[in-house]
Design a binder for this molecule. Structure first.
Ligand SMILES: Nc1nc2c(ncn2[C@@H]2O[C@H](COP(=O)(O)OP(=O)(O)OP(=O)(O)O)[C@@H](O)[C@H]2O)c(=O)[nH]1
Ligand SMILES: [Mg+2]
Length: 487
C-alpha cells in the first residue's frame, strides 16, 4: 500500500454556498467514516500510485522547514545586548526581502570612533541599506524575516550596503506569509472579482486565528454588489463571530474606519490574489499625503529612501478565471503616516494551515469558542475532545461552518498521519535539553536519526575548521555578491 493512500481526501469537496442546517451536519458526521473508508479502499485496489496532492507536497516541504529548536541554541539579541555601535554598524528594521537580499531601514547608527554609541538623529537614520545575511546566521538556522529588528555591520554608507550580523528577539512571528513582530492581521477579501467564497474565507480565517494575533476582516470592492448582498453577508459573518468592515478602494469608501484600526500597529494584509491588497495600501498611503502634507514631508525626511515610499504594483483580475494574477511577489513593510507599518504580501489561494493541529483547530472557530465558554464551568465531557458529536460534547452541529470544521479536521488528520509516518513519533525538534551537575539546563543538538555512529574527534575538529574556512570565504565573497545583486 502506498504510504498515503487516502491522500485524495485532501482535495476540496464542494459545499453549497448556502450552507446546510444542523441536519446536514449530523448526516455528514454519520457518513464521514464510511466516506473515508471507501476512499482508502479504492486507493488500495488501484495499483497505481495516487497523484501527489498539492497540499501534501506542501506539508512535506514545510515539515522540513518547521522552526526547529536549533536556532534556540543561540537566542536572538536582547535590546540591552548592544550598548555601543561602531561607525560602520547600525540597528534597523527589515522592510523587504528579495532573494538573498534584505532592505533594511536604519533606526540608529554608530557614533564616531572616539565616542561610539547610538545616534538616533543623524543623516544616516531612515536610510535604506541593501544587505546580505551573514553566513553564520544561516548556519545556525537563524532566519531573518521582514519585520525583524537587526544589527547591521560592515556598512558602506556611500554605496548603502551592509551585512546583517544578528537578529533581535521577536515578539511575534507569522510563518505564512513570513513576517516578524506583527501586532495585527488584516484578512482582506473582495465581494466580487474574485467572488467571495465561504470555504476559502474560512481557511484564511483559521490560518489567521491560529497565530493568536488580533485580526480584522475587511471586504473590498463593495461597490460591485448591491446593498442586499452586503447586508446578508454582514449578518452571515456576524453569525460566524466576526464584525466585518466593508470598503471600496475604487470609491474610496470605508477607508477612514480602517485607518483608525491600523494606526500605530504593525499590520500584515493577507488574502487571495486580486482582492485589492496592494490597491488598498496605495490608497491608504496616498490619501494621507493629500490630507496631511506636513506629515508626509516629515515622513519623507525621516525615511529618505525612494522604494520605501513608492507605490505597490497593482495587477488586473483575469477575465477568464476571475482571479488575480499574483502581481505582488514579495513581502514588504511600508510606513503609514498615521503611525504604524503595513505589510503587503503576495496573494495565495490556499493557506497551508501547517501550524494548526487537530487539537487546536476548534480554537480557531469563534463559534466553538463561544459554545465552550457558554457551557462553563462544565466544559466538554472529554479531555482533548474533537467535537465530533459524541454524547456529552457541548459543541453541537447546528451552525453554518460545522461542515467546514469537519472538512478541515479531516485534512489536518491526514497531514498529521503523514508526518507521523515520515518522521516517526519521536520527532520533537533538533534540540534536546540536558540537566547538568548543578541543575543547569543545557541545550544540545539532537543526533540525526540513523546516524548514531560517533564521529572521531580528529575528524570533528577538521570539519569545524573546514566550515569556518567556508564561512570566511562566504563572507569574503559578500561584496562580490552585493555587486551582482545590485546589477
Ligand atoms: N472594482 C474594484 N476594483 C478594485 C478595487 N480595489 C482594487 N481593485 C482592482 O483589483 C485588481 C487587483 O488589485 P491588486 O491590488 O493588484 O490586488 P492584490 O490583492 O494586491 O493582488 P496580488 O498582488 O496578486 O496578491 C486591480 O485591477 C484593482 O484596480 C475596488 O474597490 N473595486
Ligand atoms: Mg498585490
Amino acid at each position: 500500500m502506498p504510504p498515503f493512500s487516502s491522500a485524495a481526501l485532501l482535495r476540496p469537496r464542494p459545499f453549497p454556498s448556502i450552507l446546510p442546517s444542523h441536519a446536514t451536519g449530523h448526516l455528514l458526521r454519520r457518513f464521514l467514516p464510511f466516506r473515508a473508508l471507501s476512499v482508502s479502499l479504492s486507493a488500495r485496489e488501484d495499483p497505481r500510485k495516487p497523484a501527489p496532492d498539492k497540499n501534501l507536497l506542501k506539508a512535506k516541504d514545510a515539515v522540513k522547514d518547521l522552526p526547529s529548536g536549533a536556532a534556540s541554541l543561540s537566542p536572538g539579541l536582547d535590546s540591552g545586548d548592544y550598548r555601543k555601535l561602531l561607525p560602520n554598524q547600525a540597528i534597523g528594521l527589515v522592510a523587504a526581502a528579495q532573494a538573498n537580499f534584505m532592505r533594511v531601514i536604519v533606526e540608529s547608527a554608530g557614533g564616531p570612533p572616539e565616542n561610539p554609541g547610538f545616534l538616533v538623529s543623524d543623516w544616516r537614520i531612515g536610510r535604506e541599506l541593501l544587505c546580505v545575511v551573514r553566513a553564520l546566521l544561516k548556519k545556525i538556522k537563524r532566519r531573518v524575516l521582514v519585520g525583524d529588528k537587526v544589527l547591521v555591520g560592515s556598512i558602506d554608507w556611500t554605496d548603502r550596503r551592509g551585512m546583517i550580523e544578528d537578529v533581535f528577539k521577536r515578539n511575534t512571528e507569522v510563518l505564512d506569509p513570513p513576517v516578524a513582530n506583527v501586532d495585527h492581521l488584516l484578512v482582506l477579501f473582495s465581494m466580487d472579482q474574485p467572488k467571495l467564497e465561504p470555504f476559502a474565507l474560512t481557511r484564511f480565517l483559521v490560518e489567521a486565528e491560529s497565530t493568536g494575533i488580533p485580526l480584522t476582516l475587511v471586504l473590498n470592492k463593495s461597490e460591485l454588489v448591491g446593498e442586499e448582498t452586503i447586508s446578508s453577508w454582514n449578518e452571515r459573518l456576524h453569525s460566524w463571530g466576526y464584525k466585518p468592515l466593508f470598503c471600496s478602494v475604487e470609491r474610496r469608501s470605508g477607508l477612514g474606519a480602517l485607518e483608525d484600526i491600523l494606526k500605530g500597529q504593525t499590520t500584515v494584509i493577507v488574502g487571495p490574489s486580486g482582492v485589492g491588497k496592494s490597491s488598498l495600501i496605495n490608497s491608504l498611503r496616498s490619501s494621507q499625503s493629500i490630507s496631511n502634507e506636513e506629515e508626509i514631508n516629515n515622513l519623507l525626511e525621516h525615511y529618505e529612501s525612494g522604494k520605501w515610499l513608492g507605490e505597490q504594483r497593482v495587477g488586473t483580475v483575469s477575465k477568464k478565471s476571475g482571479r488575480g494574477k499574483h502581481t505582488t511577489r514579495h513581502v514588504s513593510l511600508l510606513p503609514l503616516s498615521v503611525g504604524g507599518l503595513l505589510a503587503d504580501t503576495p496573494g495565495f489561494n490556499q493557506p497551508s494551515l501547517l501550524k494548526v493541529t487537530k487539537r487546536t483547530l476548534a480554537e480557531t472557530f469563534p463559534e466553538i469558542r463561544q459554545m465552550l465558554k457558554a457551557s462553563e464551568p462544565e466544559k466538554c465531557s472529554f479531555k482533548d475532545c474533537l467535537h465530533l458529536g459524541e454524547p456529552g460534547c457541548v459543541v453541537t452541529g447546528d451552525w453554518e461552518r460545522y461542515p467546514y470544521y469537519l472538512q478541515l479536521l479531516d485534512e489536518i488528520k491526514i497531514r498529521e498521519e503523514f508526518q507521523l509516518r515520515t518522521f516517526g513519533t519521536k520527532r520533537e525538534g533538533d534540540v534536546r535539553y540536558k540537566v547538568g551537575d548543578l541543575g543547569t539546563k543545557q541545550a544540545e543538538p539532537r543526533l540525526e536519526l540513523k546516524k548514531h555512529r560517533r564521529v572521531s574527534r580528529k575528524r570533528l575538529n577538521q570539519s569545524i575548521l573546514d566550515e569556518l574556512n567556508e564561512l570566511d570565504d562566504l563572507d569574503e565573497g559578500y561584496w562580490a555578491d552585493i555587486e551582482e545583486g545590485a546589477r
